[in-house]
Design a protein around this ligand. Sequence first.
Ligand code: ADP
Ligand code: MG
Length: 697
Amino acid sequence: MLQQSIKYLPGVGRVRAQLLEQELGLKTFEDLLNHFPYRYIDRTKFYKINELGAVNTDIQLTGKISRITEVGSGRKKRLTAIFEDETGQLELVWFKNYQYLIKKILPNQIYVVYGRPTLFNHKLNIAHPEVETLEERKKKSFLKLQPVYPSTEKLIKKGFNTRLWTQIMSGLFKETGLNFKESLPLEILEELKLLDKNQALFNIHFPQNINLLHKAQTRLKFEELFYLQLQLLQKNLQHKKKIKGHIFEKIGPYFNKFYHDIIPFDLTRAQKKVLKEIRADVKSGAQMNRLLQGDVGSGKTIVAMLSMLMAIDNQYQATLVAPTEILAQQHYKGLKTYAEALGLNIHLLTGSTKQKERQVIHTQLEDGSLNLLIGTHAIFEGKVQFKNLGIAIIDEQHRFGVAQRAKMWQKNLIPPHMLVMTATPIPRTLALTHYGNLDISIIDELPPGRKPVQTLHRYRKDKPKILEFIKKELKKGQQAYIVYPLIEESEQLSYQDLTRNYEKIKEFFKETDFKISMVHGKMKPENKEIEMLKFKNNETQIMVATTVIEVGVNVPNASIMLIESAERFGLSQLHQLRGRVGRGAAQSYCILMTDYKLSQEARTRIETMTATNDGFKIAEVDLKLRGPGNILGTQQSGLMQFRIADIIKDAPLMHTARQFAYQLLQEDFYLKHPKHKQVRYFLQKQVQKTGFWNLIG
Ligand code: ADP
Ligand code: MG
């Protein structure tokens, strides 16, 4: 029944059916049924013309219509009229199908006019308003809440107005009757007091009152989120059932010694919680597939080290992969001290590792005497063979694709446990959606005693003062970053900007002994590394750079960051950049320098940065400003396109849906029980439709 063509519905017909398919992809009864209104108009409310300034929705007015004229010729031909009430007047205009109006509209009669006012040449007008006499309106028993359907320019021009939509939808409900199959388990309906499917569908199209409308919306949103989470969780759990993992039976001497005798501080509550989650995974018998999120400086490295020791204590090898050579070196230097204190064999493997050293690494990896391998993607190369890799940790997740991670798997019969660490906070709801098939751990607190970075907003004209301030801090022995935006690394102009600015800074500091490094995207990687290292070793005190310093560089002595044209950076970029300072004992500063004139959005970004250091809060704002597709760097087709739910506004409902989906799968993983027959059917249908198994891994 639901697969029938909409062609034969009253008000549709062959031509309109074709249009609906072309414009909105609506073919069947089912498509139409699921074509939900995106808003509703309160038809009990009448506006006055002088109230209209601020409204940007369909509204209704009452008043008189005069001066009906047909103007223009050919394709520009249209009908215009003046509408007025006690408070003012505006223009009405129709481009098509207006012959009947010429006859219908009489002077000195009161009409109800209904449409969306817009400003055109500083004058209010309404295009294609619907016009009714008071009598017509009284006779009609219409809905107080009138649905507005998603539509297109073309459909509107072809006469798809509210009246036509309502006619079509009424036809659909008459034709199908109210006997749609329930798609949610009855227990859930009862427990959450949700409307049943029929009531929900009816009220979403024909809301009987505002209360029922809200209930219908909640029910349908829940359903959408529930099925999404069912898919993701089923995949996650299936992975655990299917993919065996190494079992790290015991916590042994290396872990214990490191934990009790070597770490010079207590772990934070969040670090301990995450370690427990990892511990549970690596002894479960299933392969761990976990995303670890923690803001810059939250102490992910220690968690990584302890996780690797869990492997080593059980006679496995461990590896940590970083996205750049400099980061790999940084990790290596830090972890080497620990490894040596424990008597473990650790090596570094990157693109620039010498052949001789490589030989040693290969041999020791294969005979199992090498415990810990730190490196870059060089580790992914085919000739790198471990004897028994137990865990692979990947730092700064966004730099590696799924394919590269999969390469780690192919190295062993039983894949290593995978821990992917990222410092880019992803709002929880988004993470649950996008990475819903991974397990997620979050370090949501910083180690105690950190001095939060002070963030200030300054204008371009303040630059001399800012430079004086930087000079003062440098004299105290600190170092500074000065960052410029290069939207496109290849842009010749921006490059010139950078060099010009570099010269100016040199000029300003020329009386002092301070030395300057410059790093930008056009440099050879080797030269970049050399400059970075100079800065790291305090041979240079000022680092003039484009955003290439974004990822993970640790120079604790750098305590100032000046970001020029900060309005040109995105929020997450600003946050990442700021994370480069505040790593040492000194009070750190991040100065956001901008133009006077700022767009609303840029202002929000700057204000957010000065108001908080919390990466997750910043990510939430970013999500609101840019939408989920942009944040993930992909316009994830299908996955992020919800029919009715809103990933930002409906976050709490998403959590509930996930919880209930989880419970259901715990109870009946394959949905084999007769009472879950419908759920299984709807889930299969959805999987076929979205087919997004392939999209995420
Ligand atoms: P990130 O999460 O950005 O990778 P790191 O692991 O580099 O952070 O940790 C940042 C700094 O904080 C390091 O110097 C580390 O030794 C220190 N640190 C980590 N955990 C703690 C803790 N619980 N207490 C105090 N300092 C800590
Ligand atoms: Mg790190």
